[in-house]
Design a protein around this ligand. Structure first.
Ligand code: FAD
Ligand code: NAD
Length: 477
């Protein structure tokens, strides 16, 4: 038996490392167990998000966008450039540098806050004990008053398309290719498929996305999703809906995929494949056999509204539990759990968690979709404003997309905001605050937005909800 702690956090992704830092800030003696070994063979903090998720994917989205825009997007601004080249190994190295700087930053934050990093793989034992297996297979047992489980998630694999070297990869593999595939198939038109499909298309690959469902982005407001599908198709992403992969064969020429869609059985020959069909919680070897942690039917650790598991003093947060698999959702759960452990009141509004797909145009949303409001029988009003009528978007030569606001017809309260268009990942914060502050359409309508900014489109969408938009004709009411 080694040291005793007030709190031991298992996993140092955005859920776990934030929980650990907040616990330490609140005066609790805190340790965080993390087993990640990075590309350079070094132990690393930051989890999926920093090492192989949010940050590296956004780094490559940014680099590939700059390349594509420089090569093909500057003529509208009267700028011509010749001979634009993408140096893919340099791009990947730049992404790796960003990752290393950020993961190293968390190590500094742990030291500054007095969080002990226990390197190794942890297993929950009864009586709030954690057994940690180190790099030499040595085992140490730690005990704490509270345990926070934050072991995150992993890519789902499918039997019909097993991963193979650099040819058939999951999202992590697709962040490390040092050359552009001529023809790429992405399996799954979800967030990862669209983001990584966009990266490699911008760099020159011909991209086909096979999606099993008939509806594109079913969780997104369908007016926005339809616009997104149109724009992605126009960019050259060949998205095939209702396409189920049956088999794959790796040959000397690449990969042959067999799939079925409405037209029957088809074959597709590509150089490489990304499997992006969702993620599953990391629960394997999370507990010893005698530890009775309740797991739900989806394989998630069962928690109540405030992230308590069925075991007293054991909490669970992030991708390991219900709710969207998003870094900011996990981090806020981490803060809330830390504050509860420290005896404070806390609150996390799951209804005001934003989602973003970082394609171009970006797709962002918060709150309810129009489909959900219909299904729930809520009387609503909606206001839409296209970026084509925004002075700033025109000046940027980036006018695709729209802002859509949904509000309760009777109380005027904002219930949802959906934005497809330039910088929507930043703009959606207005919607998050409107919902968090229980704001109304009138509140937004009375707010002054700077001119010329993209945020004026939010103002106009609110005005449109009441039939008084100034820069588009209003619908007859
Ligand atoms: P993780 O980040 O998965 O961290 C869990 C940690 O626990 C890992 O470091 C793991 O090594 C460690 N661990 C597991 N088991 C043990 C054990 N037994 N002992 C010790 N340590 C253990 N989300 C967004 O919000 N925005 C984005 O832009 C975004 N982009 C993404 C892009 C990609 C390609 C991917 C794959 C994901 C993306 N996500 C994004 C999702 C986001 O990464 C996750 O929601 C987030 O990382 C979950 O945080 P977490 O702390 O719960 O788990
Ligand atoms: P996802 O659930 O978003 O999409 C997976 C897609 O694959 C779905 O559309 C599904 O219908 C399809 N699919 C499943 N099995 C299939 C099959 N056999 N053949 C063809 N299609 C199939 O999952 P993801 O894109 O893998 O992302 C995983 C998680 O990571 C998501 O929950 C997401 O929230 C998170 N993430 C977030 C961001 C972001 O916030 N920008 C970025 C990447 C990942």
């Amino acid at each position: 038996m080694s040291d005793n702690y007030d709190v031991i956090v298992l996993g140092a992704g955005p859920a776990g490392y934030v929980a650990a830092i907040r616990c330490a800030q609140l005066g609790l003696k805190t340790a965080c167990v993390e087993k990640w070994i990075n590309k350079q063979g070094q132990p690393a903090l930051g989890g999926t998000c920093l090492n192989v998720g949010c940050i590296p994917s956004k780094a490559l989205l940014e680099s590939s966008h700059i390349y594509e825009n420089t090569a093909h997007g500057l003529s509208a601004h009267g700028i011509s450039v010749n001979d634009v080249k993408a140096d893919i190994p340099a791009m990947i190295a730049g992404k790796d540098k960003t990752v290393q700087e950020l993961t190293g930053g968390i190590e500094h934050l742990f030291k500054a806050n007095g969080v002990d990093w226990i390197k190794g793989s942890g297993t929950l034992l009864p009586e709030r004990q954690i057994q940690v297996t180190g790099s030499e297979s040595e085992k140490t047992i730690y005990k704490a008053e509270n345990i926070v489980l934050a072991t995150g998630s992993n890519s789902i694999e499918i039997g019909s398309v097993p991963l193979q070297g650099e040819v058939i990869v999951d999202s992590s593999g697709a962040l490390d290719w040092e050359s552009v595939p001529k023809k790429l198939c992405v399996i799954g038109a979800g967030v990862i498929g669209l983001e990584l499909g966009s990266v490699w298309r911008r760099l020159g690959a011909e991209v086909v996305i096979l999606e099993a469902q008939d509806v594109f982005l079913p969780v997104v407001d369908q007016q926005i999703a339809k616009d997104a599908l149109r724009q992605f198709n126009r960019q050259g992403l060949d998205i095939k809906l209702g396409a189920r992969v049956l088999a794959s064969e790796v040959t000397a020429d690449g990969v042959t995929l067999t799939y079925t869609d409405q037209a029957g059985e088809q074959q597709l020959q590509v150089d490489r494949v990304i499997v992006a069909v969702g993620r599953r919680p990391n629960i394997d070897q999370l507990t010893s056999p005698e530890t009775d942690l309740l797991i739900d039917e989806r394989g998630l650790v069962h928690v109540n509204a405030v992230c308590e598991t069925n075991l007293p003093g054991v909490w669970a947060i992030g991708d390991l539990v219900r709710g969207p698999m998003l870094a900011h959702k996990g981090s806020e759960e981490g803060v809330a759990v830390a504050e509860r452990i420290a005896g404070k009141q806390c609150h996390l509004n799951y209804y005001a968690i934003p989602s973003v797909i970082y394609t171009l145009p970006e797709v962002s949303w918060v709150g309810k979709t129009e489909e959900q409001l219909k299904e729930e029988g809520i009387e609503y009003k909606s206001g839409v404003f296209p970026f084509a009528a925004s002075g700033r978007a025109k000046a940027m030569r980036d006018t695709a997309g729209m802002v859509k606001i949904l509000a309760d017809k009777n109380t005027d309260q904002v219930l949802g905001m959906h934005i497809i268009g330039p910088h929507s990942s930043e703009l959606i914060g207005h919607g998050v605050m409107a919902i968090e502050f229980e704001g109304t359409i009138e509140d937004i309508a009375r707010t002054v937005f700077a001119h010329p900014t993209l945020s004026e489109a939010i103002h106009e969408a609110a005005l449109a909800a009441d039939g008084r938009a100034l820069h588009i004709p209003n619908r007859k009411r």
